[in-house]
Design a protein around this ligand. Structure first.
Ligand code: NI
Length: 169
């Protein structure tokens, strides 16, 4: 099932999501739906709050279907190590048609649980490190625009308000 993507302005995107404690078939189905919804939206990462579900679950595939092994499920993820800094253009499915340069750690290690509840750690660099940080932020109710200057953030918010008024958001 493809869920519609929740856009900026919906409070679910700005509150911390609930920890996952039950690893059952319902969770597996939700994760399959999250991958389907992410691919349909042409994204490389999706957090559950972005489909209106406030639970600590994210899916990532920075290869966008090219490498099946690149599909990652992050349940209750935490960033446990960061290294270096790297600024790169970043966007978010919940803030469509906007992009900004965002400075983040170039290397990041995430500790998370998989679909069965097993704890694992994974280190990524560049785009993967960015995805770990971006998606973990989502689960803490934080959007990438919180990492840019207030001036740029206000400009984006102003443009979004106009789009909302025009019925285009
Ligand atoms: Ni996002």
């Amino acid at each position: 099932m493809i869920y519609p993507i929740v856009k900026f302005g919906n409070p679910v995107l700005e509150k911390p999501a609930e920890k996952v404690t039950v690893f059952n078939d319902e969770l597996k189905k939700l994760i399959a739906d999250m991958f389907e919804s992410m691919y349909a939206a042409r994204g490389v990462g999706l957090a559950a709050p972005q489909i209106g579900i406030s639970r600590r679950i994210a899916v990532v595939d920075v290869t966008f279907k090219e490498d099946p092994d690149a599909k990652l499920v992050l349940i209750n993820p935490e960033i446990i190590h960061k290294e270096g800094r790297h600024a790169q253009s970043e966007g978010c499915l919940s803030i469509p048609d906007f992009r900004e340069n965002v400075s983040r750690a170039q290397v990041a290690t995430v500790r998370a649980q998989d679909v069965t509840g097993k704890v694992f750690e994974k280190t990524g660099d560049d785009l993967l490190a960015r995805a770990f940080q971006h998606e973990t932020d989502h689960l803490n109710g934080k959007l990438y625009i919180s990492h840019i200057s207030a001036l740029k953030r206000d400009l984006i918010k102003r443009k979004i308000r106009k789009l909302v008024k025009a019925g285009e958001w």
